[in-house]
Design a protein around this ligand. Structure first.
Ligand code: RFL
Ligand code: PHB
Length: 389
Protein backbone atom coordinates (compact mmCIF):
# COMPACT_ATOMS: atom_id res chain seq x y z
CA UNK A 1 0.00 0.00 0.00
CA UNK A 2 1.37 3.42 -0.97
CA UNK A 3 0.28 6.87 0.24
CA UNK A 4 1.73 10.30 0.98
CA UNK A 5 1.14 10.43 4.74
CA UNK A 6 0.76 7.23 6.78
CA UNK A 7 -1.17 8.01 9.97
CA UNK A 8 -1.17 5.76 13.04
CA UNK A 9 -4.22 6.25 15.27
CA UNK A 10 -7.84 7.25 14.65
CA UNK A 11 -8.22 9.48 17.70
CA UNK A 12 -8.86 13.22 17.39
CA UNK A 13 -5.24 13.82 16.24
CA UNK A 14 -5.05 11.30 13.41
CA UNK A 15 -8.54 11.98 12.09
CA UNK A 16 -8.11 15.77 12.08
CA UNK A 17 -4.74 15.46 10.32
CA UNK A 18 -6.20 13.27 7.55
CA UNK A 19 -9.08 15.70 6.98
CA UNK A 20 -6.84 18.80 6.86
CA UNK A 21 -4.58 17.08 4.32
CA UNK A 22 -7.51 15.87 2.22
CA UNK A 23 -8.77 19.46 1.98
CA UNK A 24 -5.57 20.26 0.06
CA UNK A 25 -5.68 17.10 -2.04
CA UNK A 26 -2.97 15.30 -0.02
CA UNK A 27 -3.61 11.59 0.27
CA UNK A 28 -3.28 9.68 3.54
CA UNK A 29 -4.20 6.34 5.12
CA UNK A 30 -5.09 5.87 8.80
CA UNK A 31 -4.54 2.62 10.67
CA UNK A 32 -6.23 2.10 14.04
CA UNK A 33 -5.75 -0.92 16.25
CA UNK A 34 -9.23 -0.75 17.83
CA UNK A 35 -12.62 -1.28 16.20
CA UNK A 36 -14.70 1.63 14.92
CA UNK A 37 -17.31 0.95 17.61
CA UNK A 38 -14.68 1.06 20.35
CA UNK A 39 -13.14 4.41 19.33
CA UNK A 40 -16.58 5.97 18.79
CA UNK A 41 -17.70 5.08 22.29
CA UNK A 42 -14.55 5.76 24.31
CA UNK A 43 -15.60 8.30 26.97
CA UNK A 44 -13.04 11.04 27.51
CA UNK A 45 -12.89 14.79 27.05
CA UNK A 46 -15.80 17.15 26.80
CA UNK A 47 -14.60 20.70 26.52
CA UNK A 48 -13.55 22.34 23.27
CA UNK A 49 -11.64 25.59 23.02
CA UNK A 50 -12.79 28.19 20.53
CA UNK A 51 -9.63 27.31 18.49
CA UNK A 52 -10.63 23.69 18.23
CA UNK A 53 -14.14 24.60 17.11
CA UNK A 54 -12.62 26.90 14.47
CA UNK A 55 -10.49 24.06 13.08
CA UNK A 56 -13.61 21.84 12.87
CA UNK A 57 -15.55 24.71 11.23
CA UNK A 58 -12.79 25.03 8.61
CA UNK A 59 -13.14 21.30 7.92
CA UNK A 60 -16.95 21.56 7.70
CA UNK A 61 -17.42 18.83 10.28
CA UNK A 62 -19.10 20.97 12.95
CA UNK A 63 -22.77 21.02 11.94
CA UNK A 64 -23.87 18.67 14.75
CA UNK A 65 -21.39 20.28 17.17
CA UNK A 66 -23.13 23.65 16.74
CA UNK A 67 -26.58 22.05 17.03
CA UNK A 68 -25.92 19.90 20.10
CA UNK A 69 -22.88 21.53 21.75
CA UNK A 70 -23.40 23.85 24.72
CA UNK A 71 -21.61 27.19 24.62
CA UNK A 72 -20.24 28.36 28.00
CA UNK A 73 -19.13 31.90 28.80
CA UNK A 74 -17.55 31.25 32.20
CA UNK A 75 -16.94 28.69 34.96
CA UNK A 76 -16.83 28.63 38.76
CA UNK A 77 -13.92 27.87 41.06
CA UNK A 78 -15.05 27.08 44.62
CA UNK A 79 -13.00 26.82 47.79
CA UNK A 80 -14.63 25.22 50.82
CA UNK A 81 -18.01 26.62 49.79
CA UNK A 82 -16.91 30.09 48.62
CA UNK A 83 -17.48 30.54 44.90
CA UNK A 84 -15.64 32.70 42.35
CA UNK A 85 -16.89 32.95 38.77
CA UNK A 86 -14.31 33.28 35.99
CA UNK A 87 -15.87 35.36 33.23
CA UNK A 88 -14.40 34.22 29.88
CA UNK A 89 -16.52 36.62 27.87
CA UNK A 90 -15.49 39.70 29.86
CA UNK A 91 -11.76 38.96 29.84
CA UNK A 92 -11.26 37.27 26.48
CA UNK A 93 -14.45 37.79 24.43
CA UNK A 94 -14.29 34.04 23.79
CA UNK A 95 -16.26 30.98 24.83
CA UNK A 96 -15.78 27.22 25.16
CA UNK A 97 -18.11 24.51 23.86
CA UNK A 98 -19.20 21.40 25.74
CA UNK A 99 -19.37 18.49 23.29
CA UNK A 100 -18.21 14.96 24.07
CA UNK A 101 -15.00 13.66 22.51
CA UNK A 102 -16.83 10.53 21.34
CA UNK A 103 -19.21 12.78 19.38
CA UNK A 104 -16.22 14.62 17.87
CA UNK A 105 -14.69 11.28 16.88
CA UNK A 106 -17.97 10.09 15.29
CA UNK A 107 -18.25 13.31 13.26
CA UNK A 108 -14.62 13.07 12.10
CA UNK A 109 -14.92 9.38 11.12
CA UNK A 110 -18.14 10.08 9.19
CA UNK A 111 -16.39 12.93 7.33
CA UNK A 112 -13.40 10.69 6.51
CA UNK A 113 -15.79 8.09 5.17
CA UNK A 114 -17.71 10.64 3.06
CA UNK A 115 -14.44 12.06 1.70
CA UNK A 116 -13.01 8.63 0.89
CA UNK A 117 -10.13 8.79 3.36
CA UNK A 118 -9.24 5.17 4.11
CA UNK A 119 -9.30 4.15 7.78
CA UNK A 120 -8.26 0.58 8.48
CA UNK A 121 -9.68 -0.46 11.85
CA UNK A 122 -8.30 -3.35 13.90
CA UNK A 123 -4.92 -2.79 12.27
CA UNK A 124 -2.00 -2.55 14.67
CA UNK A 125 1.24 -0.76 13.76
CA UNK A 126 4.13 -3.01 14.78
CA UNK A 127 7.15 -1.18 13.43
CA UNK A 128 7.99 2.16 11.83
CA UNK A 129 11.06 1.88 9.57
CA UNK A 130 13.34 4.15 7.53
CA UNK A 131 12.18 7.43 9.07
CA UNK A 132 15.56 8.96 8.29
CA UNK A 133 15.05 8.30 4.59
CA UNK A 134 12.50 9.80 2.17
CA UNK A 135 10.63 6.50 2.12
CA UNK A 136 9.42 5.53 5.58
CA UNK A 137 7.41 2.34 6.09
CA UNK A 138 4.74 1.39 8.61
CA UNK A 139 4.55 -2.35 9.20
CA UNK A 140 1.22 -3.47 10.61
CA UNK A 141 -1.02 -6.49 11.09
CA UNK A 142 -4.61 -6.67 9.89
CA UNK A 143 -6.89 -9.72 10.05
CA UNK A 144 -3.91 -11.87 10.88
CA UNK A 145 -1.90 -10.67 7.88
CA UNK A 146 1.30 -8.62 7.90
CA UNK A 147 1.10 -5.52 5.70
CA UNK A 148 3.13 -2.39 4.92
CA UNK A 149 2.28 1.25 4.20
CA UNK A 150 4.97 2.92 2.07
CA UNK A 151 4.74 6.69 2.54
CA UNK A 152 6.56 10.05 2.44
CA UNK A 153 5.81 10.95 6.08
CA UNK A 154 4.49 9.22 9.21
CA UNK A 155 1.97 10.89 11.55
CA UNK A 156 2.49 9.37 15.01
CA UNK A 157 -1.03 10.03 16.36
CA UNK A 158 -1.19 6.83 18.40
CA UNK A 159 -1.73 8.16 21.92
CA UNK A 160 0.26 7.75 25.12
CA UNK A 161 0.77 3.97 24.83
CA UNK A 162 1.53 4.01 21.09
CA UNK A 163 4.51 3.00 18.98
CA UNK A 164 5.60 6.38 17.62
CA UNK A 165 7.27 7.69 20.78
CA UNK A 166 9.03 4.36 21.30
CA UNK A 167 10.42 4.67 17.75
CA UNK A 168 12.23 7.95 18.51
CA UNK A 169 15.90 7.37 19.35
CA UNK A 170 16.29 7.70 23.13
CA UNK A 171 18.93 10.42 22.76
CA UNK A 172 16.72 12.61 20.54
CA UNK A 173 14.55 13.99 23.36
CA UNK A 174 14.25 14.67 27.08
CA UNK A 175 11.29 13.40 29.02
CA UNK A 176 9.53 15.30 31.85
CA UNK A 177 6.81 13.96 34.12
CA UNK A 178 4.88 14.29 37.34
CA UNK A 179 2.70 11.51 38.69
CA UNK A 180 0.17 13.02 41.07
CA UNK A 181 -0.77 11.19 44.28
CA UNK A 182 -4.49 11.23 43.35
CA UNK A 183 -6.85 10.11 40.57
CA UNK A 184 -10.28 11.08 39.21
CA UNK A 185 -13.36 8.94 39.58
CA UNK A 186 -15.54 10.06 36.66
CA UNK A 187 -19.22 9.30 36.09
CA UNK A 188 -21.75 9.89 33.35
CA UNK A 189 -25.36 9.97 34.54
CA UNK A 190 -28.84 10.56 33.19
CA UNK A 191 -29.18 13.56 35.45
CA UNK A 192 -30.35 17.08 34.63
CA UNK A 193 -27.44 19.41 35.48
CA UNK A 194 -28.50 21.70 38.33
CA UNK A 195 -25.68 24.15 37.46
CA UNK A 196 -25.42 26.37 34.40
CA UNK A 197 -21.62 26.38 34.12
CA UNK A 198 -18.78 24.02 35.15
CA UNK A 199 -17.84 24.03 38.83
CA UNK A 200 -14.27 23.21 39.96
CA UNK A 201 -14.44 22.74 43.73
CA UNK A 202 -11.80 22.37 46.40
CA UNK A 203 -13.17 20.71 49.54
CA UNK A 204 -11.33 19.39 52.58
CA UNK A 205 -12.46 15.89 51.46
CA UNK A 206 -10.90 16.49 48.03
CA UNK A 207 -11.61 18.00 44.61
CA UNK A 208 -14.90 17.67 42.70
CA UNK A 209 -15.86 18.83 39.20
CA UNK A 210 -19.36 19.28 37.85
CA UNK A 211 -19.50 19.15 34.07
CA UNK A 212 -22.13 18.00 31.63
CA UNK A 213 -22.74 16.54 28.21
CA UNK A 214 -26.26 17.79 27.47
CA UNK A 215 -29.38 19.15 29.14
CA UNK A 216 -30.09 15.61 30.36
CA UNK A 217 -26.65 14.10 30.94
CA UNK A 218 -24.20 15.15 33.66
CA UNK A 219 -20.47 14.41 33.74
CA UNK A 220 -19.03 14.59 37.24
CA UNK A 221 -15.67 13.82 38.82
CA UNK A 222 -14.31 13.19 42.34
CA UNK A 223 -10.70 13.20 43.54
CA UNK A 224 -9.87 9.72 44.89
CA UNK A 225 -6.69 7.95 46.01
CA UNK A 226 -4.55 6.28 43.36
CA UNK A 227 -5.19 2.81 44.79
CA UNK A 228 -8.98 3.33 45.03
CA UNK A 229 -11.36 1.14 43.06
CA UNK A 230 -14.79 1.80 41.45
CA UNK A 231 -16.18 -1.11 43.50
CA UNK A 232 -15.65 1.03 46.61
CA UNK A 233 -18.04 3.64 45.22
CA UNK A 234 -21.74 2.86 45.17
CA UNK A 235 -23.90 5.34 43.21
CA UNK A 236 -25.35 6.63 46.49
CA UNK A 237 -21.88 7.25 47.97
CA UNK A 238 -20.81 9.09 44.80
CA UNK A 239 -23.88 11.36 44.75
CA UNK A 240 -23.56 12.18 48.47
CA UNK A 241 -19.87 12.99 48.17
CA UNK A 242 -20.46 15.13 45.06
CA UNK A 243 -23.19 17.13 46.81
CA UNK A 244 -20.99 17.65 49.84
CA UNK A 245 -17.89 18.75 47.90
CA UNK A 246 -19.78 20.88 45.34
CA UNK A 247 -22.11 22.37 47.93
CA UNK A 248 -25.19 22.06 45.67
CA UNK A 249 -28.16 19.73 45.27
CA UNK A 250 -27.85 17.33 42.33
CA UNK A 251 -30.40 15.38 40.32
CA UNK A 252 -29.36 11.86 41.38
CA UNK A 253 -30.18 10.01 38.17
CA UNK A 254 -28.94 6.69 36.81
CA UNK A 255 -25.15 6.39 36.60
CA UNK A 256 -24.25 4.66 33.30
CA UNK A 257 -20.47 5.05 33.23
CA UNK A 258 -17.95 4.92 36.06
CA UNK A 259 -14.16 4.84 35.78
CA UNK A 260 -10.97 5.92 37.54
CA UNK A 261 -8.21 7.81 35.70
CA UNK A 262 -4.76 8.53 37.17
CA UNK A 263 -3.48 12.10 36.92
CA UNK A 264 -0.18 12.80 35.27
CA UNK A 265 1.81 15.48 33.50
CA UNK A 266 4.11 14.11 30.82
CA UNK A 267 5.96 15.52 27.83
CA UNK A 268 8.94 15.10 25.58
CA UNK A 269 10.75 18.15 24.27
CA UNK A 270 11.26 16.88 20.71
CA UNK A 271 8.27 15.66 18.72
CA UNK A 272 9.95 14.79 15.40
CA UNK A 273 12.73 12.63 14.01
CA UNK A 274 13.47 12.39 10.30
CA UNK A 275 10.09 11.96 8.66
CA UNK A 276 8.24 10.81 11.78
CA UNK A 277 6.09 13.46 13.50
CA UNK A 278 4.34 12.92 16.84
CA UNK A 279 1.11 14.73 17.76
CA UNK A 280 -1.34 14.73 20.66
CA UNK A 281 -1.16 12.25 23.53
CA UNK A 282 1.75 10.35 21.92
CA UNK A 283 3.95 13.34 22.84
CA UNK A 284 2.27 14.78 25.95
CA UNK A 285 -0.30 14.19 28.68
CA UNK A 286 -1.77 16.93 30.86
CA UNK A 287 -3.88 16.40 33.97
CA UNK A 288 -7.52 16.98 32.93
CA UNK A 289 -8.09 19.85 35.41
CA UNK A 290 -7.31 22.36 32.64
CA UNK A 291 -9.48 20.52 30.02
CA UNK A 292 -6.66 20.74 27.51
CA UNK A 293 -5.63 17.30 26.16
CA UNK A 294 -7.85 17.21 23.10
CA UNK A 295 -7.34 20.90 22.39
CA UNK A 296 -3.57 20.54 22.53
CA UNK A 297 -3.79 17.59 20.14
CA UNK A 298 -5.71 19.72 17.62
CA UNK A 299 -3.19 22.58 18.01
CA UNK A 300 -0.31 20.16 17.20
CA UNK A 301 -2.19 18.92 14.16
CA UNK A 302 -2.80 22.47 12.94
CA UNK A 303 1.00 22.97 12.92
CA UNK A 304 1.75 19.59 11.35
CA UNK A 305 -0.80 20.01 8.58
CA UNK A 306 0.60 23.49 7.85
CA UNK A 307 4.10 22.03 7.47
CA UNK A 308 3.02 19.13 5.27
CA UNK A 309 0.82 21.33 3.06
CA UNK A 310 3.68 23.81 2.61
CA UNK A 311 5.99 20.93 1.66
CA UNK A 312 3.62 19.50 -0.96
CA UNK A 313 2.70 22.92 -2.35
CA UNK A 314 6.14 24.56 -2.54
CA UNK A 315 8.76 21.95 -1.61
CA UNK A 316 9.80 24.09 1.39
CA UNK A 317 10.54 22.20 4.61
CA UNK A 318 10.79 25.30 6.80
CA UNK A 319 7.52 24.79 8.68
CA UNK A 320 8.16 21.06 9.06
CA UNK A 321 11.61 21.72 10.49
CA UNK A 322 10.09 24.08 13.07
CA UNK A 323 7.18 21.77 13.89
CA UNK A 324 8.40 20.48 17.24
CA UNK A 325 9.70 23.87 18.39
CA UNK A 326 6.33 25.49 17.70
CA UNK A 327 4.35 22.73 19.42
CA UNK A 328 6.58 22.44 22.48
CA UNK A 329 6.26 26.16 23.27
CA UNK A 330 2.46 25.73 23.52
CA UNK A 331 2.82 22.43 25.38
CA UNK A 332 4.85 24.13 28.14
CA UNK A 333 2.20 26.86 28.51
CA UNK A 334 -0.55 24.25 28.74
CA UNK A 335 1.49 22.08 31.13
CA UNK A 336 1.89 25.09 33.40
CA UNK A 337 -1.81 25.96 33.35
CA UNK A 338 -2.96 22.35 33.84
CA UNK A 339 -0.52 21.89 36.72
CA UNK A 340 -1.59 25.21 38.26
CA UNK A 341 -5.30 24.28 38.13
CA UNK A 342 -4.51 20.85 39.56
CA UNK A 343 -2.60 22.25 42.54
CA UNK A 344 -5.14 25.03 43.08
CA UNK A 345 -8.12 22.68 43.28
CA UNK A 346 -6.97 19.34 44.75
CA UNK A 347 -6.53 18.33 48.36
CA UNK A 348 -2.82 17.66 48.79
CA UNK A 349 -1.88 18.44 52.36
CA UNK A 350 -3.54 18.43 55.77
CA UNK A 351 -5.78 21.44 56.47
CA UNK A 352 -3.77 24.00 58.42
CA UNK A 353 -0.40 22.95 56.94
CA UNK A 354 1.81 25.53 55.23
CA UNK A 355 0.96 24.07 51.77
CA UNK A 356 -2.78 24.15 52.38
CA UNK A 357 -2.67 27.72 53.71
CA UNK A 358 -0.72 28.81 50.61
CA UNK A 359 -3.38 27.13 48.49
CA UNK A 360 -6.10 28.99 50.38
CA UNK A 361 -4.19 32.23 49.92
CA UNK A 362 -4.11 31.65 46.14
CA UNK A 363 -7.87 31.22 46.14
CA UNK A 364 -8.37 34.34 48.31
CA UNK A 365 -6.21 36.27 45.83
CA UNK A 366 -8.43 35.01 43.00
CA UNK A 367 -11.49 36.51 44.69
CA UNK A 368 -9.95 40.00 44.90
CA UNK A 369 -7.87 40.20 41.72
CA UNK A 370 -9.28 40.73 38.23
CA UNK A 371 -5.74 40.28 36.88
CA UNK A 372 -5.61 36.75 38.33
CA UNK A 373 -9.07 35.94 36.99
CA UNK A 374 -8.06 37.19 33.54
CA UNK A 375 -4.92 35.02 33.58
CA UNK A 376 -7.06 31.97 34.27
CA UNK A 377 -9.63 32.98 31.65
CA UNK A 378 -7.09 33.48 28.84
CA UNK A 379 -5.38 30.17 29.53
CA UNK A 380 -8.67 28.32 29.92
CA UNK A 381 -10.19 29.49 26.60
CA UNK A 382 -6.80 28.88 24.92
CA UNK A 383 -4.30 31.12 23.14
CA UNK A 384 -4.98 31.60 19.38
CA UNK A 385 -3.45 28.87 17.22
CA UNK A 386 -0.47 30.75 15.83
CA UNK A 387 0.53 32.49 19.12
CA UNK A 388 3.56 30.23 19.50
CA UNK A 389 4.66 30.31 15.84
P1 RFL B 1 -6.01 9.12 21.44
O1 RFL B 1 -7.39 9.64 21.52
O2 RFL B 1 -5.49 8.30 22.56
O3 RFL B 1 -5.91 8.29 20.07
C1 RFL B 1 -4.81 7.47 19.75
C2 RFL B 1 -5.31 6.31 18.91
O4 RFL B 1 -4.21 5.50 18.48
C3 RFL B 1 -4.58 4.14 18.57
N1 RFL B 1 -3.33 3.34 18.63
C4 RFL B 1 -2.87 2.59 17.59
N2 RFL B 1 -3.34 2.36 16.35
C5 RFL B 1 -2.63 1.52 15.54
N3 RFL B 1 -1.46 0.93 15.92
C6 RFL B 1 -0.93 1.13 17.16
N4 RFL B 1 0.22 0.55 17.51
C7 RFL B 1 -1.65 2.00 18.06
N5 RFL B 1 -1.43 2.42 19.33
C8 RFL B 1 -2.46 3.23 19.64
C9 RFL B 1 -5.45 4.08 19.81
O5 RFL B 1 -6.32 2.95 19.82
C10 RFL B 1 -6.22 5.39 19.71
O6 RFL B 1 -7.46 5.24 19.03
O7 RFL B 1 -4.95 10.30 21.21
P2 RFL B 1 -5.11 11.72 20.44
O8 RFL B 1 -5.76 11.50 19.09
O9 RFL B 1 -3.79 12.36 20.51
O10 RFL B 1 -6.18 12.54 21.28
C11 RFL B 1 -5.90 12.96 22.60
C12 RFL B 1 -7.17 13.01 23.46
O11 RFL B 1 -7.85 11.78 23.32
C13 RFL B 1 -6.88 13.31 24.94
O12 RFL B 1 -5.87 14.26 25.06
C14 RFL B 1 -8.12 13.82 25.72
O13 RFL B 1 -9.11 12.85 25.82
C15 RFL B 1 -7.72 14.30 27.13
N6 RFL B 1 -8.86 14.75 27.96
C16 RFL B 1 -9.43 16.01 27.80
N7 RFL B 1 -8.99 16.82 26.83
C17 RFL B 1 -9.61 18.03 26.61
O14 RFL B 1 -9.19 18.75 25.71
N8 RFL B 1 -10.68 18.46 27.36
C18 RFL B 1 -11.18 17.69 28.36
O15 RFL B 1 -12.19 18.07 28.96
C19 RFL B 1 -10.53 16.44 28.64
N9 RFL B 1 -10.99 15.65 29.62
C20 RFL B 1 -9.38 13.92 28.95
C21 RFL B 1 -10.46 14.40 29.77
C22 RFL B 1 -8.90 12.61 29.12
C23 RFL B 1 -9.45 11.80 30.10
N10 RFL B 1 -8.92 10.48 30.18
C24 RFL B 1 -9.72 9.32 30.30
C25 RFL B 1 -7.52 10.23 29.87
C26 RFL B 1 -11.00 13.61 30.77
C27 RFL B 1 -10.49 12.32 30.96
C28 RFL B 1 -11.08 11.51 32.07
C1 PHB C 1 -15.43 16.97 30.97
O1 PHB C 1 -16.53 17.49 30.70
O2 PHB C 1 -15.21 15.76 30.80
C2 PHB C 1 -14.36 17.82 31.53
C3 PHB C 1 -14.54 19.18 31.63
C4 PHB C 1 -13.55 19.97 32.19
C5 PHB C 1 -12.38 19.40 32.62
C6 PHB C 1 -12.19 18.03 32.51
C7 PHB C 1 -13.18 17.23 31.97
O3 PHB C 1 -11.43 20.18 33.18
Amino acid sequence: MKTKVGIIGAGPSGLTLALLLQQKGIQSVIIENRSREYVENRVRAGLLEHNTVEVFDGLQVSERLHKEGLVHHGCYINYNGVSQRIDFEKYTQKQVTIYGQQEVVKDLINACEARQIPIIFEAEAKEIRNVESENPEIHFTHLGEEKVIYCDFVGGCDGFHGLARKTLPKNSYNEYKIEYPFSWLGILAYSVPTYDELIYAYHSNGFALASLRSEKVSRLYLQVDNNDNVENWSDEKIWNELELRLGITLDKGEVFEKSITPMRSFMIDNMQFGRLFLAGDSAHIVPPTGAKGLNLAVADIHNLAQGLIEFYESGSQENLENYSKKCVARVWRVQDFSNFMTYLCHKQAAEGSFESLLQKSKFDYLTISEAYQKTIAENYVGFPLDTFA
